[in-house]
Design a protein around this ligand. Structure first.
Ligand SMILES: NC(=O)C[C@H](N)C(=O)O
Length: 342
């Protein structure tokens, strides 16, 4: 996979070495025909084959593939996320690796990349990409996403900016990005906007992540062997109040209550939620709306109930961050400070 040596007289700037870790997802998917864009099997094609389909990447970097899993990203659990994160950490320590890319299913890219953003101790570029259409489809988006990601990973500008998700010509911070649509190729959105774009083989950054990431966090993937269990409950009308007690008895250390609006709690769910706290779980109010900051003591009596709020973190990101916070402290106020900080 090495590109040819430069001819005499040509510039000899060494190309960076990038390892691409394959994990499955739609970018590794295959449909029965070219018109199947949403009906296909994900996680079928090996990473080396995905890389071979984009020979243009050889112009920007020396690329090597490594298959770690072959799964749809809906199947990630803590064990798999930690395995991936620890492997990236190992690779990032190697002097002959300049950047790491991960091909990943899009369903949970926002969670895995956020965990990496919070726990990797490296300033080398780490870029996660996926696809919304399988490689067999007309207008498959995977190949260009992969090329653009290589362009970003190979760039000096990507260094020190935390874990990046490159999709649909945009560069997103792992902190902010979420999947916003089940089918569209423009599904990835960051509430505060992407950090930049890729145009004609060049990354253009317009913003910097303001929140601490990678080198600047208190979490180190090399020191984490397991993540404390945290569950999410999603609120709706006509809830069964008994459900909260049932979740609390599953052995979790915290419950994220994905409340309606500003994480409000239905009158008939208040007592069951107080019981969850009395059973020893940290109760975190997050909003199911997908965006916006939850106001402490706003619509609910957080002080009185010893509940905390998730700031602007979505329930799924609050789940990961609360779990990481629990590796450091059991104090609700300290955990809330972490939810506001990152
Ligand atoms: N577009 C995708 O990658 C969806 C797939 N279910 C996954 O997350 O693996």
């Amino acid at each position: 996979q090495e590109a040819a040596a430069p001819a005499a007289g040509q510039a000899t700037t060494a190309k960076p070495n990038i390892v691409i870790i394959g994990t499955g997802g739609t970018i590794a998917g295959a449909g029965a025909s070219t018109v199947n864009t949403g009906d296909y099997d994900s996680a079928k094609v090996a990473v080396d084959k995905i890389i071979a389909a984009v020979p243009e990447m050889k112009q920007v970097a020396n690329i090597r593939g490594e298959q770690i899993f072959q799964i749809g990203s809906e199947s990630y659990n803590d064990e798999r996320m930690l395995k991936l994160a620890k492997r990236i950490s190992e690779l990032a320590k190697q002097p002959d690796v300049d950047a790491v890319m991960v091909t990943h299913g899009t369903d949970t890219i926002e969670e895995t990349s956020y965990l990496l953003n919070l726990t990797l101790k490296t300033d080398k570029p780490v870029v996660i990409i996926g696809a919304m259409r399988p490689g067999t489809a007309l207008s498959a988006d995977g190949p260009l996403n992969l090329y653009n990601a290589a362009v970003v990973a190979a760039s000096k500008e990507a260094k020190g900016k935390g874990v990046l998700v490159v999709m649909n010509d945009e560069i997103h911070s792992a902190r902010d990005v979420t999947k916003s649509n089940a089918l569209k190729v423009e599904t990835f959105r960051s509430l505060y906007g992407p950090l930049g774009v890729v145009v004609e083989s060049k990354p253009y950054f317009y913003r910097l992540p303001a929140r601490p990431h990678t080198m600047a966090t208190e979490f180190d993937i090399d020191q984490i062997t397991a993540l404390p269990k945290v569950d999410v409950f999603y609120a709706h009308t006509s809830m069964d109040p008994k459900i909260l007690g049932a979740i609390a008895d599953l052995g979790g250390k915290a419950l994220i209550y994905g409340g309606t609006g500003n994480a409000s709690v239905a009158d008939y769910m208040e007592d069951p939620l107080k019981e969850v706290r009395k059973k020893g779980l940290i109760v975190v109010r997050a909003t199911r709306t997908g965006s916006g900051q939850v106001v402490r003591n706003g619509e609910e009596k957080d002080d009185e109930n010893d509940w905390i709020v998730a700031a602007d973190q979505t329930p799924q990101k609050a789940r990961l961050l609360t779990s990481l916070a629990l590796t450091k402290t059991q104090d609700p106020k300290a955990i809330e400070a972490i939810l506001y900080k990152y």
